[in-house]
Ligand binder design. Structure first.
Ligand SMILES: Nc1ncnc2c1ncn2[C@@H]1O[C@H](COP(=O)(O)OP(=O)(O)OP(=O)(O)O)[C@@H](O)[C@H]1O
Ligand SMILES: [Mg+2]
Length: 400
């Protein structure tokens, strides 16, 4: 088959930031940057061509997303790159998109924040086996949301965009964890978190299930950039923790040091309480104004689903060793993340008692886990209270 390359502008709203060729499979070549709009070029791709290609490739839905293969086949896309190009690389996270050179399109014609869309890809991956092809109802889909879990973007009656997420395996715990985390942040009186709600879903075998959803924290005047992307703007030494590089970049983009420290301190401490093992660099983002490019601060805490021993077997849960939890974050050992915390008073132990009844909504077979979840959480809270009181709980003498 003959390879087809077409010319596209990469657009930031209505500003062309480069002209490039893109094949049907989404392979980018011959990138020519617009020197007059360099500051609008995606930060993650500014350093060099290789970084730009990575930025582009990261924009496609991960092939590993549950149900992705089936959804691609059903929708007639040959690859995730092909789906990306066909959907003009539009996203509800930022204001980048691609404009075919020969077409007279403007941001207002394509923006997913203002134009109607149906996320057919998401619809199929979240609801395998249930969906008819509704591609013809809309011109643009979302082929760009990151993450491994099945998810889909929807629009409610008032026009608000929201993201529905499913769970791995048979349990609903990842979704329930999102609500549990929302409840903790609400009790703490912390205001920069994403509120999650429960929603009904159908499983692959037509059974009712529970998922969760959250309203989009981006809009036409607010776009998000992941910590991962920010880190592509600097050179990182091998094996270096990404904490200080991220701090340098955020401060370089104009974030006050106090804002960085207090958000990170709070997030690290609450992640510790929740045993969130997945605060990787795509699960932290900053927000910026796409017009002025001014940094607005951190995106509200999101994606706390991989927490509370969601994937531990019952036996592991019963004998959990809470001092040796491994995380995907700045350092591997969870307890050592606390070393970054400057102000230990940002979490109030007296506002950390939690109601565990939310977990009764999980499938019946998992209800026996609840007393153990509570026991672990209480232990964590005791440890965190010691930490807040001044004890460096990662030190050897606390390792019993
Ligand atoms: N409410 C929201 N508003 C805007 N963007 C969002 C929202 N929730 C999630 N996102 C974006 O979608 C991406 C995927 O969502 P999320 O991290 O919740 O999914 P996930 O599949 O659980 O991810 P992971 O692969 O980390 O497990 C996020 O990295 C973020 O960029
Ligand atoms: Mg995520």
């Amino acid at each position: 088959m003959k390879r087809q390359e077409k010319e596209y502008y990469l657009m930031h709203k209505d500003i062309p930031v480069c002209l490039m060729e893109i094949s049907d499979e989404g392979i980018v070549s011959n990138v020519r940057k617009n020197a007059d709009a360099f500051e609008h070029f995606p930060p993650g791709g500014q350093m060099n061509d290789m970084k730009f290609h990575e930025w582009w490739n990261d924009r496609a839905i991960p092939k590993t997303r549950h149900g992705a293969k089936t959804a691609l086949e059903r929708l007639g896309y040959s690859s995730t790159g092909n789906a990306l190009v066909n959907n003009l690389a539009l996203s509800l996270s930022d204001c980048y998109w691609i404009k075919p050179r020969s077409e007279n399109l403007a941001w207002k014609d394509v923006s997913l924040f203002t134009n109607h869309f149906v996320d057919t890809f998401g619809e199929i991956t979240i609801n395998l086996g249930h969906t008819v092809d509704i591609r013809n109802e809309t011109r643009f889909n979302c082929a760009t949301t990151q993450g491994e879990l099945q998810k889909k973007w929807c629009i409610d009656d008032t026009g608000k965009r929201f993201l529905v997420k499913g769970n791995y395996g048979g349990s609903y715990q990842q979704s329930l964890n999102e609500l549990f985390a929302s409840n903790l942040h609400s009790q703490q009186g912390f205001d920069n978190y994403t509120v999650y709600y429960l929603t009904k879903l159908k499983t692959e075998v037509d059974e009712d299930a529970l998922g969760c959803f959250s309203y989009c924290f981006c809009n036409e005047s607010v776009e998000s950039i992941s910590a991962w992307e920010l880190l592509q703007t600097v050179k990182i030494r091998q094996n270096e923790s990404l904490y200080y590089p991220l701090k340098d970049v955020c401060l370089g983009f104009g974030m006050p040091e106090e804002a960085f420290d207090s958000f990170m301190d709070y997030q690290i401490m609450t992640d510790f309480l929740l045993s969130n093992t997945d605060r990787h660099m795509n699960n932290i983002s900053v927000l910026r104004d796409p017009d002025s490019l001014r940094l607005l601060g951190f995106a509200p805490i999101y994606d706390s689903g991989n927490s509370m021993f969601f994937n531990a077997s019952f036996e592991t849960l019963k004998h959990a060793d809470i001092k040796s939890i491994k995380t995907h974050s700045f350092v591997e050992r969870e307890v050592r993340l606390l070393r970054y915390v400057a102000n230990r008073n940002l979490v109030d132990p007296d506002k950390s008692e939690m109601d565990f009844s939310i977990y009764e909504k999980d499938i019946p077979e998992r209800r026996g886990r609840i007393p153990y979840l509570k026991k672990i959480y209480d232990k964590k809270l005791r440890l965190l209270t010691e930490f807040i009181g001044g004890q460096d709980i990662w030190k050897e003498k606390y390792h019993k």
